[in-house]
Ligand binder design. Structure first.
Ligand code: WT7
Length: 575
């Protein structure tokens, strides 16, 4: 077979890349050939060391007391081996589910790769989950072992009686001060014997790797099951969309309990041999800017909620720090308002690049590429190798005409696509129509091929037969000087079917009153239309959010409609 000459894609124009891109290009860069063994743990550590980067820093970690730990790729290679051996010695078999239930400590990141190295399936869960949320997910996955910290141990102990499957509770920070109980065992990673040679599990392309639980609109959370070949997508999108280059210091603010924190907080950057920073501390604008300044972060992947929180603090605090190391900003998880893009340009001299994807897609599918013209408020265009469209809401056929709202649909077959929902093949199958995977989101595509997000398929408001998107209204509201954040839902109306209702959190020190309410209504009517104008405004102290910071409109919507709220276990706190 003739040797194919694969061009470098970084720095090339989107249109040009589209012409020659295929996933083979990524496989080629990874040195992967069809039917080869492929193990994400191996690719993120051993392979990087083989490429001569043993002494390069893989992880710079900072805790909430300001303590710092640093690990090279070789440290990571050996410590992930140690974890793999520890699991094997416990008797964990390939294919068994091992949960990670920890704050963002180094053991979480290395534990993830260690599990993969011995053939286990990694199941990351937010450490902020309560016992009930934990139980549902461990029960569903029939999880065999769980890594956790002392502080979260009581939540595990609470449910132990109901979990016969859970044979081992591994405590990573046990100090011997209190005796461990039944099924519990201590593991001190930093003090563990370093394992230099480990026989990595011979996983193949389709060997299960990660199980990420995600909450749907209805029913219990579902485990999206991924496989080792997902690396092919995650590697190349991290390189191309996040624009990661050899000397970058990268910061992904997401928790690995959320897919962003694994696909782009572990696999993407480390398979590219990139140094990344982790901040295991709560959010304040001051702390974040200090972190960027101290570690000279160059590429930053964050989320709209965080960006809005930074906006709330203003640009004065930005100016107090030297953030000149930053060169590329990216965002994911919810609509990135045009306002936020413009603000970041003003505050940092750089726009945030929106990216769109899901737990199920495993990697970025639509985005604003570096070098591509950004249209503020648009999610950008499909990644080369992804065939996307919007389909009609009734027929599920692609909508040819531009500017019409439909459901985002993707042609199956990209490497990081989920392979099923754990124990739930039926719901998985229900996600496909006419050969398309349905994302459950509505959007339109403009003349230039840019995607414009409208809302979740179940959030779009239909008022008097006109579809209005909550995102559009929320963006408009955000431009009002008194408003910090808002969530817009449809409220039942006897004449118009639905009208717009806005839940609004005001900026500090601003008090709600009737005048302000009318002012806001008028503001939207003028900016958008009378249809989009909220007929009702409810001022709230804060909005219900998932732990990943996504506003849970459906919680608000359900209250308006007097419906069951459904699973709210990912809610930041009880309402
Ligand atoms: C849903 C997926 C992949 C990490 C994000 C969380 C919404 C995601 C965007 C965006 C508007 C977005 C969609 C999507 N979403 N990115 N750039 N603009 N909405 O993954 O928890 O599975 O959520 O998040 O509704 O379907 P997830």
């Amino acid at each position: 077979m003739a040797e194919i000459n694969y061009p470098e894609i970084q720095g090339k124009h989107y249109e040009e890349v589209l012409n020659f891109f295929s996933w083979d290009l990524s496989k080629h860069e990874l040195g992967f050939k069809e039917d080869d063994l492929i193990n994400i743990g191996e690719y993120c550590s051993d392979r990087i060391c083989r490429m001569g980067k043993s002494d390069k820093l893989a992880l710079i970690w900072e805790g909430h007391k300001g303590e710092i730990k640093k690990y090279t790729f070789n440290d990571m290679r050996q410590l992930t081996n140690s974890i793999a051996v520890f699991l094997q010695n416990l008797g964990i078999q390939p294919g068994e589910r091992v949960c990670l239930f920890m704050d963002k400590v180094p053991e979480l990141y290395f534990g993830f790769l260690g599990i993969l190295k011995m053939g286990g399936i990694a199941q990351p869960l937010f450490s902020a989950f309560g016992s009930e949320s934990l139980l549902t997910r461990l029960e569903d996955a029939q999880t065999s072992a769980i890594f956790t910290q002392k502080k979260h141990l009581p939540k595990v102990r609470n449910i132990l009686e109901k979990l016969n499957c859970l044979k081992h509770i591994i405590v990573v920070d046990d100090d011997g001060s209190k005796p461990l109980k039944e099924r519990e065992i201590a593991f001190n990673m930093d003090a563990s014997a370093r394992v230099d040679n480990f026989e990595i599990y011979p996983s193949k392309a389709e060997t299960p790797s990660v199980l990420h639980y995600t909450s749907g609109t209805t029913g219990r959370p579902k485990g999206a099951q991924h496989v080792h070949i997902s690396l092919v997508s995650q590697y190349i999108t991290a390189k191309y969309v996040l624009d990661l280059k050899e000397d970058d210091i990268y910061w992904c603010t997401a928790d690995p309990g959320w897919v962003t924190g694994t696909s782009y907080g572990i696999i993407g950057p480390w398979s590219n041999g990139i140094t990344q920073c982790v901040l295991d501390a709560g959010f304040t604008a001051e702390n974040w800017y200090k972190f960027i300044e101290k570690h000279k972060i160059t590429v930053w992947y964050s989320a709209p909620t965080a960006i809005r929180a930074l906006m709330k603090e203003g640009t004065e605090v930005v100016k107090k720090h030297n953030l000149s190391s930053l060169r590329h900003l990216t965002s994911v998880g919810e609509p990135l308002n045009a306002e936020a893009v413009l603000w970041s340009k003003e505050a940092f001299g750089l726009p945030f690049h929106d990216t769109f994807w899901q737990t199920e897609t495993g990697s970025i599918v639509i985005s604003n590429y570096p070098g591509m013209k950004i249209k503020p408020g648009s999610m950008g265009k499909p990644f080369p190798g992804i065939t996307a469209t919007v389909v009609d809401l009734k027929t599920y056929l692609p909508i040819e005409r531009r500017g019409i709202v439909g459901m985002i649909a993707l042609k199956p077959g990209w490497p990081s696509m989920f392979r099923t929902y754990w124990n739930n093949e039926e719901i998985y199958k229900g996600k496909f129509r006419n050969g398309w995977y349905l994302c459950g989101d509505r959007a339109s595509i403009d003349e230039d091929g840019y995607y414009w997000f409208v809302g979740r398929d179940d959030d779009v408001i239909n008022t008097a037969g006109h579809l209005v998107g909550p995102f559009e209204i929320e963006s408009a509201l955000l431009e009002h000087p008194a408003i910090a954040e808002s969530a817009v839902v449809g409220k039942p109306d006897p004449v118009n079917m639905e009208v717009v209702k806005a839940f609004i959190a005001l900026k500090p020190n601003i008090k709600p009153d009737k005048m302000l309410e009318l002012d806001i209504m008028n503001f939207v009517r003028k900016k958008l239309s009378a249809l989009a104008m909220p007929q009702e405004i409810e001022f709230v102290d804060k909005l219900p959010k998932t732990r990943s910071g996504k506003i849970m409109r459906r919680v608000l919507r359900a209250k308006e409609w007097g419906e069951e709220i459904g699973d709210i276990s990912t809610l930041e706190e009880d309402m």
